[in-house]
Design a protein around this ligand. Structure first.
Ligand code: K1U
Ligand code: ZN
Length: 197
């Protein structure tokens, strides 16, 4: 984490629809790391967009940018709700944050593509994964509107990776059993080492 980039940041202003603005410092929350079993939970749908959901989305964006990552599912900070944040823009100065509530893929191309994926819950491990090349996905935004969007390239890969998280699926589940077992073993060993000091 880049401490200096955050230390001097003032509380940010948020505009509540129909209400007065409020100020709140966003929080970088700890990431849930393999082999934590919470990563295998199937997350619950969000039934209403409340202030608590808005605050959670803000914290997810802050945590994702800090990591840094291009996506984050709420379960990766230990919250089993169907919320995803994403930003696949190339420029740090022109951020394009997306908050997806209850996202789902409604169409996927027959054509596949291979992309080298990483995961904030499996740090410093990258492998090629094959997924549909293009998808159409539907979600509710923070204004409560239903949005349908087409994606290709990194956005298509990322949204599929994040929706997998909501269903307790990790990108290593798309690899051979040999590779998966190897990485799970490595992270289990590291967790044991950390727990024993
Ligand atoms: O869900 C996650 O764990 C986040 C993950 C999303 C993802 C990345 C690549 C392919 C599929 C899904 C990450 O963001 S890993 C970090 C990463 O890829 C990245 C970080 C900084 C700049 C660009 C990419
Ligand atoms: Zn991930």
């Amino acid at each position: 984490m880049n401490e200096s980039a955050h230390a001097a940041r003032p509380p940010e202003r948020f505009d509540r629809p129909g209400g007065s603005p409020y100020f709140r410092a966003m929080t970088i929350r700890p990431l849930v790391i393999l082999p934590d079993t919470r990563l295998r939970a199937v997350s619950e749908p969000v039934s209403a967009i409340t202030d608590e959901i808005r605050r959670l989305a803000e914290d997810m964006l802050e945590t994702m940018y800090d990591a840094p990552g291009v996506g984050l599912a709420a379960i990766q900070i230990g919250v089993p709700k169907r919320i995803v944040t994403m930003d696949v823009s190339k420029s740090e100065t022109e951020r394009q944050p997306l908050v997806l509530i209850n996202p789902e893929v409604v169409w996927a191309s027959e054509e596949k593509r291979v992309y080298e994926e990483g995961c904030l819950s499996i740090p410093e491990y990258y492998e090629e994964v094959e997924r549909p090349d293009r998808v159409r996905f539907r979600y509710t935004n923070l204004q409560g509107e239903t949005v349908e969007q087409d994606a290709d390239g990194l956005m298509a890969t990322c949204v599929q990776h994040e929706i997998d998280h909501l269903n307790g699926v990790l990108f290593i589940d798309h690899l051979s059993k040999l590779k998966r077992d190897r990485v799970v073993k490595k992270f289990a060993k590291a967790a044991k080492r950390d727990a024993n000091g």
